[in-house]
Design a protein around this ligand. Structure first.
Ligand code: FCB
Length: 441
C-alpha cells in the first residue's frame, strides 16, 4: 500500500488566476487602461511581443470556465478584479458594466458551490493613477482603499475572502527596480517608497473593507522563496540566513512584527521611505489569513547564491523543483511570526506541454510537482502549521507577464488561436485528489 495523505474535511482546494492574465477585453464595456495594457503595448517589453488584449478571453467565456471548475470539483477559486474595469481612471466615476461582470461571476461561483477568493490588486494599476505618480504617491493608497470599499459594498455579501495585494514585493522590485514589469521603472530609491505605500494601502484598504462589512476576511498574499544552506556548516548557514533577511522579510516583518527589518535599513539607508506616525500600526493590523505563493527556493553556500543545483530538476521558468523546501518554509514562518491561518494561494509549474495524438495533454512532471508539494504541505500541517487551503497556479494557461504566452502553468490547456480548453492529465488527477480529499504517493 502506498501511503495516503488525508486532508481535513473542510480543506479548501482551489485554483488561481489573475484578471490581466486571463480576461482579455482590455478596452471593452468601458474598461479603462491599466499599466499592464500600456506596458504590453510598448514594443520590446514582452518576450513574444504579445499582449493581454484577448488572453484567454475569460471576459466572454467565464461560463465555460466555471463549468470546467465544476468538472475539477474546485471548492474555491482565487481570481482578481481589474481596478480599471470598475473605476476606469482609478477613482471617481464607477463603470457599472464592470461591476456587473464581477457580480455575475460571483453569483455563478456561488451557484456552483465554489468559494470566491478575491484579490483586489494583481498588478494592474489604472494608468491614470500611474500618470499621477502611481505607487510612489500616497494618494494612490487612498484611491485603493476607496476601490476596496466599493468592491466590498457590492460583493461582500457573497465574497468572504478578500486579498488586498498579490505579491507586493514583485510590484515594488520587478516594476520599479528591474523594470521588467509594468510600469517598467528602474529606480532604486523609489522602490522602497513603493513598498511602503503598498503596505500603507493594504492597511487603509483593510480598514475600509471592515468598515464597509465587518464580516469580511481580510488578508494579503506574499511570495516567499525558502533560503536553504547547502550544508550545516556555519558559514553556509549564515549566508542563507543573511539572504533570507535581505530578501524575504521586507513585508513579513512590518505586517507581522510591526517594524521594518534592520536588513532593509542597512541595504537602503537614506532611501528608506518616510514613515508617518501611525503607519506601522496601520500595516500591522490583525489579519484573518495570509496567503503564501510558493514556487521554489534559493540555495546558498558561504560564497553566495548557487545558480545551478547539480542534478536538480528545473521548470520552464528556470526555477528549481524542491518540494521539501515548502515544508521548511512553512515551519520557518510559523516559528518566527505570529501568523493567522495560512492559505497556499499559488503553487504550480510551467512545462512545455504538447497535445498528444490522442488529443490529450500528458503532463506527468506537473502532476508530480503538485503531488510532492501537496504532500509536503500536509507534513507541515502535521508539524503544527495551520494551512487551510491550496490554490494551484493556474486554472488555465495564460499570459505570463513579461514572458507572454511562452510559459504554460495551467491545469487546463488553452489553444490561444481557437480558445479551445483541454483538461490536462494533471487536472484529471487534481479532480481525484479533491474528490477523495487525499493524495497518494
Ligand atoms: C506569481 C504571480 C502569478 C504568476 C506566477 C507564475 O508571481 O502572482 O500571476 O505569474 O507567479
Amino acid at each position: 500500500m502506498t501511503p495516503a495523505y488525508k486532508f481535513p474535511h473542510n480543506f479548501l482546494w482551489g485554483a488561481a488566476t489573475a484578471a490581466y492574465q486571463i480576461e482579455g477585453a482590455w478596452n471593452e464595456d468601458g474598461k479603462g487602461e491599466s499599466i499592464w495594457d500600456r506596458f504590453s503595448h510598448t514594443p520590446g517589453k514582452i518576450e513574444d511581443d504579445s499582449t493581454g488584449d484577448i488572453a484567454c478571453d475569460h471576459y466572454h467565456r467565464w461560463r465555460e470556465d466555471i463549468a470546467l471548475m465544476r468538472r475539477l470539483g474546485l471548492k474555491a477559486y482565487r481570481f482578481s478584479t481589474a481596478w480599471t474595469r470598475v473605476l476606469p481612471t482609478g477613482r471617481g466615476r464607477v463603470n457599472p458594466k464592470g461591476l456587473d461582470f464581477y457580480d455575475r461571476l460571483v453569483d455563478a461561483l456561488c451557484a456552483a458551490n465554489i468559494e470566491p477568493f478575491l484579490t483586489l490588486y494583481h498588478w494592474d494599476l489604472p494608468q491614470a493613477l500611474q500618470d499621477e505618480g502611481g505607487w510612489a504617491s500616497r494618494h494612490t493608497c487612498h484611491a485603493f482603499a476607496d476601490y476596496a470599499a466599493l468592491m466590498v459594498k457590492r460583493l461582500g455579501d457573497r465574497v468572504k475572502f478578500w486579498t488586498t495585494f498579490n505579491e507586493p514585493g514583485v510590484v515594488a522590485f520587478d516594476g520599479h527596480l528591474a523594470g521588467e514589469h509594468a510600469p517598467g521603472l528602474q529606480d532604486a530609491a523609489l522602490t522602497y517608497h513603493v513598498a511602503h505605500h503598498l503596505l500603507v494601502a493594504h492597511g487603509l484598504a483593510t480598514q475600509a473593507m471592515r468598515a464597509a462589512n465587518p464580516s469580511v476576511n481580510a488578508g494579503i498574499v506574499l511570495n516567499l522563496w525558502m533560503a536553504d544552506a547547502v550544508s550545516e556548516d556555519s558559514a553556509d548557514v549564515a549566508a542563507a540566513h543573511a539572504a533570507w533577511e535581505r530578501s524575504e522579510t521586507l513585508f513579513l516583518d512590518p505586517l507581522f512584527k510591526g517594524h521594518y527589518p534592520n536588513a532593509a535599513y542597512e541595504l537602503v539607508g537614506e532611501s528608506m521611505p518616510k514613515i508617518q506616525d501611525g503607519d506601522l500600526a496601520l500595516i500591522a493590523q490583525e489579519l484573518d489569513y495570509v496567503g503564501i505563493n510558493f514556487y521554489s527556493r534559493n540555495l546558498y553556500n558561504a560564497q553566495g547564491h548557487i545558480d545551478h543545483v547539480e542534478g536538480a530538476e528545473y521548470t520552464e521558468m528556470g526555477w528549481e523543483v524542491c518540494a521539501p523546501a515548502l515544508r521548511r518554509l512553512l515551519n520557518k514562518i510559523h516559528r518566527e511570526y505570529r501568523l493567522p491561518p495560512i492559505y497556499i494561494t499559488e503553487n504550480g509549474a510551467a512545462f512545455n506541454d504538447e497535445v498528444s495524438a490522442d488529443g490529450k495533454v500528458h503532463d506527468p512532471r506537473r502532476l508530480d510537482y503538485l503531488k510532492n508539494h501537496f504532500i509536503q504541505t500536509r507534513l507541515a500541517m502535521q508539524d503544527g502549521v495551520d494551512v487551510r487551503g491550496y490554490f494551484v497556479w493556474s486554472l488555465m494557461d495564460n499570459f505570463e507577464w513579461a514572458h507572454g504566452y511562452t510559459k504554460r502553468f495551467g491545469l487546463i490547456r488553452v489553444e490561444y488561436e481557437t480558445q479551445k480548453r483541454t483538461l490536462k492529465d494533471s487536472g484529471e488527477w487534481y479532480a481525484e485528489v479533491i474528490r477523495k480529499n487525499e493524495v497518494s504517493e
